[in-house]
Design a protein around this ligand. Sequence first.
Ligand SMILES: NC(=O)c1ccc[n+]([C@@H]2O[C@H](COP(=O)([O-])OP(=O)(O)OC[C@H]3O[C@@H](n4cnc5c(N)ncnc54)[C@H](O)[C@@H]3O)[C@@H](O)[C@H]2O)c1
Ligand SMILES: [Zn+2]
Length: 360
Amino acid sequence: MAEVEVILPHERYKILIEPGVLENLGARVRECAPAEKCALFTDSTVGRHYGALAKKSLQASAYQVEYLEFAGGEQSKSLESVRVFYDALLDAKLERTSPVIALGGGVVGDTAGFAAATYLRGVPLIQCPTSLLAMVDASVGGKVGVNVPQGKNLIGSFHQPKLVLLDPRVLRTLDLRELRCGFAECVKHGILGDSALFEWTESSVDALLALEEPAIIELLSRNTAFKARIVAADEKEKGMRALLNLGHTFGHAIEKTSAYAIPHGEAVSLGIAAAAYVSVESGRAEKEVLTRSLKLLERFGLPVTAALAPGAELFHAMKLDKKIRSGTIRLVLPLGIGRAEIADDIPDPLILEAFESIRS
Ligand SMILES: NC(=O)c1ccc[n+]([C@@H]2O[C@H](COP(=O)([O-])OP(=O)(O)OC[C@H]3O[C@@H](n4cnc5c(N)ncnc54)[C@H](O)[C@@H]3O)[C@@H](O)[C@H]2O)c1
Ligand SMILES: [Zn+2]
């Protein structure tokens, strides 16, 4: 078992990494959120695998469980789903102290998390991430929210969980393509701020792809600890937390113009390749940053080139995204392995060239 602590100015919580911990879900939840009732949210895929087990464990710890399942997928991360959750919570008369348990990938965590942040002005949230991406990224740091037709994650809040429970064994049922998407975020962490993590990841690819338990536990603890450090330094993304967007400004444009046919983690992989290209071409980083990053992404089976939309369309999507969020195009650019900075002065032609560099 491994344990990581997230320490924030006004609260702190634990991330517990333990094979089989899902069987003890009830006992773990009771330690940090005792109540008569609780709500367990999941999607239909995760529900099919682990819903009954989680519910049984909560009932064994004397919770009355309101079990809620939605279809899942990015389209489910909506205000309509939240509305359905509210109704169910109100009908079941859940109280201020009743915990909401989010069992699933980032879609479940973000949607259930947003419902928990707003129901009765906030109830305790327990994150039980089941995808690798949600384990190393989405479940840590308190960002919750939903999509609207105008864009992804535009409605949301900060609501820190009381506890994050990671059961490495559930990764055995995750699709390989989804697993790879999680590795993309781990590679991102190494490049933007932790060269030792990057090197360890380089030396552990085979064990990780084989889901060897010690390697996976180490991956989870190193990456959650890394994210916890960044969140602790900048809870509300006023400074260095923005570095976590490495590969994401390019990536969001790629996701959007592919009509989400390219999944998030793959778009991030492509985005990291594009950002590293800009770094090298603008004289910020040695070529080695680009070659080592590409090599590691490829060893995980992640794409570093793809059939993309026309350059003008990609650029337009990037501008539109930024217009809603911050006005100017701000790119996170690696300076070396383990160091990155934010730049807002990259000329448009170089951005277009970077997109071309990842076109297959
Ligand atoms: N809040 C944050 O800080 C943050 C950070 C990164 C990403 N996100 C969000 O997370 C979402 C992406 O998360 P995701 O990649 O986990 O997507 P997801 O929740 O859609 O999960 C991917 C797929 O894997 C399935 N799945 C999950 N765990 C499984 C398991 N153990 N076994 C079998 N199938 C399993 C799901 O049912 C789903 O079909 C996006 O909406 C993104 O915006 C949020
Ligand atoms: Zn991401």
